[in-house]
Design a protein around this ligand. Structure first.
Ligand SMILES: *[C@@H]1O[C@H](CO)[C@@H](O)[C@H](O)[C@H]1NC(C)=O
Ligand SMILES: *[C@@H]1O[C@H](CO)[C@@H](O)[C@H](O)[C@H]1NC(C)=O
Length: 216
């Protein structure tokens, strides 16, 4: 009888331990995924939508938006309205590249802000201090929900077990809905090559980028 009770107590303890175990915050490796973006435009007081592709590596990131006008940094430059805008962040700066803008075949480019100004790629451990908000159903799949507290609350969801990105909700104003079927870890590093037109002394981007200071 004593043994029986003890086992029961051990079983209860084990369950309690399991219930308390939370997953460790996601670490980003190298990956790419398509996304659908919903972004709030405070000037027009409406939601804008576009699609795009997110390419991430620990050293550089490229976020390619199909429509520059539907994203605040790209749209406020006044360059390439309605055409693609690529935000390339590397160990130097963040560039905004508009492959279809302007009259030449080389597109247009401006420098948004430097790494010193806080515009480098996200660190792989950028969610290290995230708090686990539980396992939820999002976009029809079982996902881990994380809260990354900043000036405002940001939420990140990835698919439980596989850790494929599902949703990134930046302060409720910018929502990336990732497309899990497009997820891959095979990202050619050439995708992060800075286009020629972005090299050398180039213009500081107008608009939201200006908040970071026109130091270059
Ligand atoms: C681009 O986005 C803007 C802002 O939402 C929208 O007004 C415009 O119609 C879009 N253009 C294209 C080509 O989708
Ligand atoms: C994004 O987060 C905000 C709170 O910051 C919340 O009100 C909103 O419903 C969230 N949107 C989505 C699509 O999860």
């Amino acid at each position: 009888m004593k043994t029986y009770l003890c086992l029961a107590a051990a079983a209860v303890l084990a369950i309690a331990t399991c219930a308390l175990a939370t997953p460790t915050p996601p670490m980003w490796g190298t990956w790419a995924s398509q996304f659908e973006l919903k972004e709030f435009n405070p000037q027009a007081n409406n939601w804008m939508t576009t699609t795009g592709s997110y390419y991430y590596s620990p050293l550089a990131s490229l976020v390619a938006y199909a429509n520059a006008s539907a994203e605040a940094f790209c749209g406020s430059t006044g360059i390439g309205a309605g055409t693609p805008c690529y935000q390339l962040a590397n160990s130097d700066a963040r560039f905004l590249y508009f492959p279809e803008a302007g009259d030449s075949d080389s597109g247009e480019c401006c420098k948004c802000c430097t790494v010193e100004q806080g515009c480098g790629p996200l660190k792989p451990s950028w969610m290290a201090d995230a708090s686990f908000e539980g396992t939820v159903t999002a976009q029809g799949v079982t996902a881990d929900k994380w809260l990354i507290a900043g000036n405002e609350d940001n939420y990140y969801y990835d698919i439980s077990d596989s850790h494929i990105p599902l949703l990134l909700n930046n302060s409720g104003f910018q929502i990336f809905g990732f497309v899990p079927s497009s997820y891959t870890t095979l990202v050619p590093m050439s995708i992060f090559t800075v286009p020629d037109i972005c090299q050398g002394s180039i213009d500081q981007c107008e608009g939201v980028c200006g908040r970071f200071g026109a130091s270059n």
